[in-house]
Design a protein around this ligand. Structure first.
Ligand SMILES: *[C@@H]1O[C@H](CO)[C@@H](O)[C@H](O)[C@H]1NC(C)=O
Ligand SMILES: *[C@@H]1O[C@H](CO)[C@@H](O)[C@H](O)[C@H]1NC(C)=O
Length: 212
């Protein structure tokens, strides 16, 4: 074998070795139980007279863990006396006591609402992008809904973040951290001609408990 051939062979062999090295570290990382997480993002899109309109996205960042029927349930506790005027793409399991309202009755007056997905085939005027899969949230996908919140702050200095988030799904369960304000999400219109920012964004990370 000539010197040139030998050295290119060596380079090739080193390349192969490095490939298998990276492949095996990747596997080891997963085998060590990188369970991933569910990240819940609230983007405040608009202020309304007594609160705000937000889009809530739930990302299943778990590589291999699908959330199957009967699906996810997302809960939290309001910081003040907030109520939910309306929801698109999801609903709360209970309305709670809205008896103090006349005329325009909120969707939910509970201090600790629990939200579930709508079913496939929900009327179009109640749908929202990435909604209505009966709570099914496959690995590496997102579920979304829209909420209008009343009796809340109407500026990014007066909005109080919800607390005590819970994320429930069939299986061993999840532990959620506190909501944290992050840099406002930047959006791009479908025609890519315009970008705009959320007025305020916060995130909650829920980690799956392992089977025991
Ligand atoms: C949640 O998962 C995302 C995507 O894998 C990752 O970027 C983020 O660091 C994770 N967060 C936590 C707290 O584990
Ligand atoms: C609140 O809004 C102001 C003005 O738009 C912005 O500069 C600031 O970063 C916002 N703060 C938060 C916490 O989003």
């Amino acid at each position: 074998m000539s010197m040139a051939k030998l050295s290119s062979f060596t380079v090739f062999f080193a390349f192969l070795l490095s490939c298998s090295f990276f492949a095996s570290t990747g596997e080891a990382y997963d085998a060590r139980g990188s369970n991933g997480n569910i990240t819940i993002k609230w983007d405040v899109m608009n202020w309304i007279p007594d609160g705000y309109l937000a889009v809530i996205d739930m990302f299943n960042h778990q590589k291999y863990r699908n959330i199957e029927a009967p699906g996810w349930r997302l809960g939290w506790t309001w910081a003040k006396k907030e109520i939910i005027w309306q929801m698109m793409g999801a609903q709360t399991t209970e309305q709670g006591d809205c008896s103090r309202f006349k005329g325009n009755i909120p969707h939910c007056c509970k201090s600790n609402p629990e939200v579930v997905d709508l079913l496939p085939g929900t009327p179009y005027n109640q749908q929202f992008a990435n909604c209505c899969r009966g709570g099914v949230l496959r690995a590496n996908t997102v579920s979304s809904f829209q909420i209008s919140v009343g009796q809340a702050g109407t500026s990014n200095r007066t909005v109080k973040l919800p607390r005590d988030f819970t994320f429930k799904a069939p299986g061993p369960g999840y532990t959620c951290g506190p909501a944290k304000i992050v840099r406002p999400t930047q959006f791009i219109t479908a025609d890519k001609h315009r970008t705009f920012k959320a007025l305020m964004t916060w995130k909650v990370v829920c980690v799956g408990r392992s089977k025991e």
